[in-house]
Design a protein around this ligand. Structure first.
Ligand code: NAD
Length: 462
């Protein structure tokens, strides 16, 4: 029987796909069968990193940046294909942000006191091998961003990635080690396991060689890490409200809010998850969102059907997370063009599609009587995560009142939420925002220990 060209192509595609699913077989660097072996390999690499000059660390980081940019599209495509979440264009931007704006060794600074009794320095030293747990929402972005900062601080890292993003995560681990080798550094600066599980995570959390744990994910993993008995950095969930008051440029607010909310289909933990608008401008805001920003104003009956699909008795339906507005509406048999970017509706703050962190482009609007009421409702909706919040206002008194009341690690004013990641705003990028443990937007210095070095009665030459 003759074999068709199509059949050959399909078989080749399937074989490549299966090989990619088992990175150890294809010789990915830094990937091990079990967590103990991964930690031992990372420890060996750390011994070399520890004695490296800062310049050598920076050389590795510069090649990581270059390879991340070169592979941005491939990593983005793999992430979308594997997880079924987000969109390729925005994931490419996220990888470029990581490559260009994650701080390196310049973040490692020294404080000095010099005086009659000599010279004292406080220097930032490495923890050694760091154990990191990463999410499926920004898998390769988080792994590359974490590693740049951790390596700049003189550490190596072992990851227990989200199983739903294992292929994408291990590709990132491989890229990091290839970059190190290309710069004359050691293999295994970043390590992981073929099949991450709760058991491998447990081994990591209890391992005597792990001095610091970094968790990026939902409340479960942050609590697990903070209960481990080790030092932990907890970057947990948010539910960022965006407040709009009567002094805002309403047309621009509509544009910024929809741009922020729809970025990577609302996967970033910092993205606008609901609006609280003062009554005087609520209708105007909705008008611009619908007429100019590709928003679908859903009827109450449609929202009921959507709620039944998105929120199951077991909780958030993972099949809806990171989907586009078009895909979400198709789930309730509503057909809209691809240009429809976001689903909007009005509701009370207690509406489950408003009060829950959804991570999909559904944006509920809560009407507030006045600014004080808006602040109170937004604080309630943030649930004390102290993570992210946003505001559109030209009244600095209002902005200050809101900032103090909501007390979040991130507060973006008059811009889309992603300005907080250095995209359309000043400042560096991170995908690990540690609101619960207080580091805020983590960077290399977050992954170091402060050490005081005292020279008594000497080296002061004033
Ligand atoms: P998730 O909590 O399902 O998983 C995150 C990681 O934790 C995964 O590797 C998972 O395997 C692991 N995990 C979960 N429970 C665990 C436990 N009890 N013990 C050990 N490991 C455990 O989160 P996700 O769906 O991948 O990501 C989305 C969530 O993460 C959202 O809540 C989002 O807000 C949050 N997030 C926060 C940040 C931040 O910087 N603060 C960044 C990205 C995502």
């Amino acid at each position: 029987m003759p074999v068709s060209e199509q059949l050959v192509q399909d078989v080749v595609k399937e074989v490549i796909s299966r090989l990619q699913m088992n990175p150890v077989r294809t010789g990915y660097r830094g990937v091990f069968e079990d967590m103990d072996t991964a930690i031992a390999a990372a420890e060996q690499a750390q011994q070399q990193v520890h004695v490296m000059s800062m310049d050598q660390r920076e050389k590795i980081i510069s090649i990581i940046r270059k390879k991340t940019k070169e592979n941005a599209e491939f990593l983005a495509q793999t992430g979308v294909r594997e997880t079924g979440m987000g969109n390729v264009g925005h994931k490419i931007i996220k990888h470029h942000l990581v490559a260009e704006k994650t701080p390196g060794t310049e973040d490692i600074t020294t404080v000095a006191w010099s005086g009659d009794r000599g010279l004292t320095l406080v220097e930032m030293g490495p923890f050694g091998v760091i154990g990191a747990i990463t999410p499926c929402t920004n898998p390769s972005e988080t792994i590359i961003c974490n590693t740049i900062g951790m390596l700049a601080g003189g550490n190596t890292v072992v990851f227990n990635p989200h199983p739903a993003a294992i292929e994408t995560s291990l590709l990132a681990v491989n890229l990091l080690n290839e970059a190190s080798l290309a710069a004359g550094g050691p293999d295994n600066i970043a390590c992981s396991v073929v099949k991450p599980t709760m058991e491998s995570s447990d081994v990591m959390m209890k391992h005597p060689k792990i001095g610091l744990l970094v968790a990026t994910g939902g409340p479960g993993v942050v609590t697990a890490v903070l209960s481990s008995g080790k030092r932990g950095i907890g970057a947990g969930a948010g539910n960022p409200p965006v407040v709009v008051d009567e002094t805002a440029d309403i047309r621009k607010a509509a544009e910024d809010i929809v741009n922020g909310c729809t970025f990577d289909n609302n996967l970033p933990c910092i993205a606008e998850k609901e609006i609280v608008a003062v009554a005087a401008v609520a209708d105007e805001l909705l008008h611009y969102m619908v007429t100019e920003q590709g928003c679908y104003a859903a009827a109450p009956e449609e929202m009921e059907r959507l709620a039944a699909v998105v929120l199951t008795p077991k909780g958030l339906n993972r099949k809806c997370v990171g989907k586009s507005a078009q895909q979400l509406l198709a789930m309730i048999d509503v057909k809209v063009p691809e240009t429809m970017r976001c689903i909007v509706f009005e509701g009370a703050k207690e509406h489950p599609l408003i009060s829950e962190e959804l991570m999909m482009p559904i944006l509920g609007l809560v009407r507030a009587q006045d600014f004080d009421d808006a602040v109170a409702q937004a604080v309630w909706l943030e649930h004390g995560n102290r993570h992210s919040a946003h505001i559109h206002s030209r009244n600095v008194v209002n902005i200050t009142q809101y900032a103090k009341a909501i007390d979040t690690a991130i507060l973006v004013k008059n811009a889309p939420s992603y300005a907080a990641l250095g995209y359309g705003g000043e400042g560096y990028c991170t995908f690990t925002i540690a609101s619960r443990t207080g580091e805020g937007l983590t960077s290399a210095s977050s992954f170091t220990k402060r050490r005081r070095c005292v020279m008594s009665d000497s080296l002061c030459i004033r």
